[in-house]
Write a protein that binds this ligand. Sequence first.
Ligand code: 16G
Length: 251
Amino acid sequence: MSMKRKLILPIDRGSPLPIYYQLKEALKQQIESGALKPHDRMPSERELEEAYHISRMTARRALAELEAEGYIYRVQGKGSFVAEPKVRQGLLWLTSFTEDMRGRGMRAGAKVLRAEVVKDERVARRLGLDPAEEFVMLQRLRLADGKPMALETSYLRRHFCPGLEKYDFTDRSLYRTLQEEYGLRLGRAEQTVEAKVADEFEAELLGVKPGTPMLSMERITYLDDGQTPIEFVRSVYRGDRYKLYVELKRR
Ligand code: 16G
């Protein structure tokens, strides 16, 4: 592809903004506007260097940051390509991962890492429960169309759902199981979201480089009486695949 003809990006050498940054923002704009489409090949470092008379370092830095922010992905020996747009997750409804993925035409799945009965004082304390409370701990790598999206560690109060650890959650929704097998109706949840970077364990499981930006979430889910906690969850979502969406009203 001749990038010289196709992409003419505005680079202003008189600007106080660094050249690499201008180049990165201009490329980002091409991606966001759809001029560059998912899986299109990006110009190589060399093509950028020649087209804009910039140093290789400058081109490399722009591409490296686009990669870290999830706009492009690299294939060893083939170059960089435009990534699929991020999954936009609304924060209004108490939905399950399975429902979230289905809503976008993707198939939800999981690789079950742990499913066992545990006691955990810190989790019990977070839920305002006796430290001796037993939980079914379920740790799953969540997949969308077979691709890793999130690492999710859930603690369910065991006496509400005894034997939950025996189900195979590879292709099964936890929320649906709570409802259909145990007659539990979920009412509401409290959730926090924080930024973090992937540690080595998360990076390996999720197929990203250590240090990739992540969205770290905690959720406490209550039954439909609105006050009985049933679930505590810690999840780490790929920041390069996810963005959160909230609607705000002016008072
Ligand atoms: C979501 C929830 C998680 C819940 C899971 C159930 C967040 C941060 N987490 O991923 O709390 O356990 O859905 O999904 O949104 P499932 O019914 O598909 O197993």
